[in-house]
Design a protein around this ligand. Structure first.
Ligand code: MG
Length: 272
């Protein structure tokens, strides 16, 4: 199923997408409640078109975990070794931004705003110390994230929580594709474009630690709860890796596309 969260007449609803049509789900709670209760989305009679709605992030995750340097060529362009174990950090839930939302920053805070297109995994069931072989059974579905990063802050602070956690620095969406439609999350093409120019052209088969390996590894340390999201790392082609480096500018449009999921699009605005 291709699901989305949206606003319509000031109400937050869930929909099932079928081509150009949004079938409104009869459940009036939000996506996180739906996942927590293990409900299957059932559609009512109401249908909407895309010009009648505003996208919301697919869900409000209890926590957003993220993996650094999970593609060898990206580690190389960052002039560092690929870590032997997954490198874990977190993004702030307050950084969430929907599809079509505007990435904003102040020059006084950062002057090096960079993109990182990533496959995002949404956990469906409580997972604690799970095996790699079972790990995909704990996945509700998949969406797209852009792990926006302030490179100047990242370089000057050993913890990444601020560099990765500024407001609007976690665009996510537009769709949540249930896991039955994506049996192998490590078989997806992923690209990032800035103003139509392809910057990242990767494939999730090139992850150093696969999606099941990441879930198993994380669940040894943290209880993964329904609705938790894991950002699985970015392929090569970030702005800092370009020669000369290139960062997001006021007015830029950044789009992350993953096969079988869709395209996450966001514009950029410098506030001062
Ligand atoms: Mg990243």
């Amino acid at each position: 199923m291709k699901l989305l969260s949206f606003l319509h007449e000031r109400r937050r609803r869930i929909g099932v997408v079928d081509g150009d049509i949004i079938h409104v789900v009869s459940w009036t709670g939000d996506m996180l409640d739906l996942i927590r209760r293990g409900l299957t989305p059932t559609i009512g009679a109401e249908r909407l078109s895309f010009d009648e709605i505003d996208f919301e992030p697919p869900l409000r995750p209890p926590k957003i975990l993220a993996i650094g340097k999970n593609y060898a060529e990206h580690a190389q362009e960052m002039k560092s070794e690929a870590p032997e174990k997954p490198l874990i950090f977190a993004k702030m839930p307050t950084a969430l931004l929907p599809h079509n939302g505007i990435i904003t920053w102040r020059q006084s805070i950062t002057q090096q705003v960079d993109w990182e297109g990533e496959l995002a995994v949404v956990i469906g069931k409580r997972a604690r110390e799970v095996n790699e072989a079972d790990a995909l059974n704990y996945v509700y579905g998949y969406t797209i994230a852009n792990d926006i990063t302030a490179r100047d802050i990242q370089a000057s602070e050993s913890q990444w929580i601020r560099a990765k956690g500024l407001d609007t620095f976690a665009p996510m969406g537009p769709y949540l594709i249930t896991s039955d439609e994506i049996p192998n999350p490590n078989a997806l093409a992923i690209t990032t474009e800035v103003n139509g120019e392809v910057m990242q052209d990767g494939h999730t088969s090139n992850m150093i630690h696969s999606v099941p390996a990441l879930i198993a590894y994380l669940s040894q340390s943290f209880t993964l709860e329904p609705g938790d999201v894991i950002l699985t790392g970015t392929p090569a082609g970030v702005g800092k890796g370009k020669n000369p480096p290139r960062f997001l500018q006021d007015g830029d449009e950044v789009r992350v596309t993953i096969s079988q999921i869709g395209t996450l699009s966001n514009s950029c605005r410098r506030l001062d």
